[in-house]
Structures are given as C-alpha cells and as structure tokens.
Write a new protein. Structure first.
Length: 383
C-alpha cells in the first residue's frame, strides 16, 4: 500500500485512541511502537514520573548525529460540551475531509509520519530520521522537555519539523507563552464593615488592573511585523471568588496568560506582577497576617525565533513550493526543541482554525501534500 493510501488507515487508528490530556497515552504509544519496530526502527521512551504517559522517539537509519526530526503531540482536547454530528473517536470521511477529534490537531500529521515510515525505512539513509511523539502539549507543552533535551544533546539533528497545522506553509517564528493562576487569600467579614476584613475579589481586581496596564505598554513595546498582532499580549481569561453577596470574599483566583514576541523575557513581566502583588500584600497583612497573594506558574512555552541558517529555510521553501516563511501568534513545541539546540520550524497539514472544534476535520489533499513533503525531505538524508 502506498504512503498516500495508508495515511487514512493510520489516522483512523490514532483517532480511535481518546488521548485527552487527563488520561494515559500509553495504549497509543504501544501501538505506534509496534508499527515502528515492524519497520525495523529503534525506539526510546521518556515516561512521566507516574508511568501513565510517555514521549516516544522512533529512529530510522544510522545511529549517528545529524538527520531530521518529525515531531508532534499525541494528546487532544476534550469533546465535552461540544455538538458533534457523530462519534468523535471514529474517523469518517465527508466532502473530501476526514472528521474526528485530533484530525487536525495533530493526529493528521502523526498519521502522515506513520504512513511515510515504511518507505523511509527502505531508503539508503546517510543520516537518521526521527519521529518524536510527545504528551501533554495541550496543557502547556509540559511533556516534551526531556525528549527534546535528549535529542538536542545526543542525536544533534540538523532540523526539527513540528507538524502543527500551518496549511503546509513554513512557519519560522512564533510567540512564547507563559500561563498561570494568581491566588488571593483575604479575610472574610460582613460587607457593611469592609475595613475590618480584606476583600480578595477587590484585591484581585487591583492586580488585574495592573495586568491591563502591562498590556497597554506591550502594545508600544517590541514587535515582530510578521505576527498578528505584532506585539506581545497578556490577558486574564478566568476568575473565581467569593461566597455570598454580603460577605467579604476570603478567596479569589484568576488565570492569566502572556504571549511574548521572540526576545522578550517572561521573568521581566513576572517580576513586575510580583512587585505589585507584594505592594498590595503590605496593607493586607496589617489587617491579618494570614492574608496573601500567590502567583503559580503553570507552564512556560519558549518563543520560536527565525533560524540563522538562511540556506536551510530556502531548502524547505523549495520543497514546499513556497516563496517566504510566515510567523504565528500561537505557541508550539518548536520553541522547546530550539531551546534544546535543535534548529526548528513548524510545518503541518490543515488549518489551525479547525483545531479544537466540534466535527474537527482535515482535508484529504492536505494530508497527501504532507506525506509527500515528509518523503521528499527524508530523501535529502540519503545524499
């Protein structure tokens, strides 16, 4: 069976594993490992501390430095509360598109890798081809780190392709992300006497106002013209607090996220948030020493900066039939591989607009184009 014909079968197999981030991806990893070893590939797992999840590195060709990495994540977002027209975990074809959870984000790319694998294994490779399948990307790119670090230190490939949906365009830059929760502990009391307590919701509001001021300044800060918007951003997107309309809120928490252009520092923004929190705490603790503010960082996702090697990008653009790279505002695992010393770009089938949606789908011709690109790029490792 040809690689182009095989990607549909591989996608159906992958979609059938309901690998939302809250559950184990080990059954899917077992399945992929069996396919890989059947093609004569070497495999290496990077398990999480519980053993319930794992990154999988599949290597074909000589055990030598160099070569190329094709990387993507195995986890998908939940389907709870979404209006699907059929079973999200059963792939179906409709109007030239495959429909199923993860079809675009990003089991479509993984299926292309697996469809190309038997042909790659038959190539006379002078440098290795690696498939790097990760876990927990959807909760902040928290799983891939150990595998990316091992690849950078040991495999030392010349390039990593991260297969997030780009419509098969070359993405050479994206913003970095940092997300977390801020927790405010106040002192409850009757709302008729607010000076005797500390209203956690009001304190949280002051913190959010400061975050709004930071965002306003970001709009006039460093930019990258190929991004939309071209400047950094910071937002508060969730808030919870209080117990009753006439009781001073004892607790409040809110979720924030920042997306910074390459070259900007998460720590500089966090330092300003922490400094403002400490200034508020000083007056809070006069009322009660048990009050306070805690900022918990959930994840840091490094930005992806354009690679210094113009020849490498020119090679990829030629293979893709494109004239120029572009940048995106969403984050990927590419920045993590780049931080580990691996030149990285993002190229993958489908549109990011289809990700996470009910009846998530991907065009069949996008998967065909992706499989063809992966095979063409692999052939450069035979020269």
């Amino acid at each position: 069976m040809s690689a182009d014909a095989d990607f549909a079968r591989r996608l159906a197999e992958l979609v059938a594993f309901p690998t939302i981030s809250a559950v184990s991806n080990i059954p899917l990893v077992d399945h992929v490992e069996a396919l890989a070893t059947a093609s004569g590939a070497r495999t290496r797992r990077f398990e999480d501390p519980s053993g319930d999840k794992a990154n999988l590195l599949v290597s074909i060709g000589p055990e030598a430095p160099g070569g190329i990495v094709y990387s993507g994540h195995t986890d998908v977002v939940p389907v709870t509360g979404q209006d699907w027209s059929g079973d999200p975990w059963t792939l179906r074809e409709r109007d030239g598109r495959f429909v199923g959870r993860g079809a675009t984000d990003m089991k479509g790319f993984l299926a292309c890798c697996l469809a190309a694998l038997p042909q790659i294994a038959r190539m006379d490779l002078r440098a290795p081809i690696h498939l790097a399948f990760s876990y927990d990307e959807e909760v902040g790119c928290t799983g891939v780190g150990p595998m990316a670090e091992w690849v950078g230190a040991n495999a030392r490939p010349r390039l990593a392709i991260i297969g997030e949906a780009t419509g098969m365009e070359l993405v050479n830059a994206h913003k970095g992300g940092c997300i977390g929760w801020t927790h405010v502990t106040g002192k409850s009391g009757h709302s008729s006497q607010p000076e005797r307590g500390v209203n956690a919701v009001m304190i949280a509001a002051s913190l959010i106002e400061e975050i709004s001021a930071i965002y306003a300044q970001m709009r006039n800060g460093p930019t990258l013209d190929t991004l939309d918007p071209p400047y950094s951003t910071i937002q508060v997107n969730q808030i919870e607090g209080g117990s009753h309309g006439n009781i001073l809120a004892e607790h409040c928490k809110f979720f924030w996220e920042m997306r910074l252009v390459p070259g900007q520092s998460f720590d500089a923004v966090l330092d300003r948030m922490n400094a403002f929190a400490r200034s508020l705490e000083a007056s809070m603790k006069i009322i009660s020493p048990d009050t306070g503010i805690r900022i918990d960082i959930q994840a840091r996702i490094p930005a992806l900066a354009p690679n210094a090697d113009a020849a490498l990008e020119a090679e990829l653009l030629k293979l893709l039939g494109r004239t120029a790279p572009r940048a995106v505002s969403y984050g990927t695992e590419a920045g993590i591989f780049q931080a580990a010393g691996v030149p990285s770009v993002v190229v993958g089938p489908g549109s990011i607009a289809d990700a996470h949606q009910p009846d998530e789908s991907i065009a069949v011709d996008q998967m065909a184009a992706c499989t063809d690109f992966l095979l063409k790029l692999a052939r450069t490792a035979t020269k």
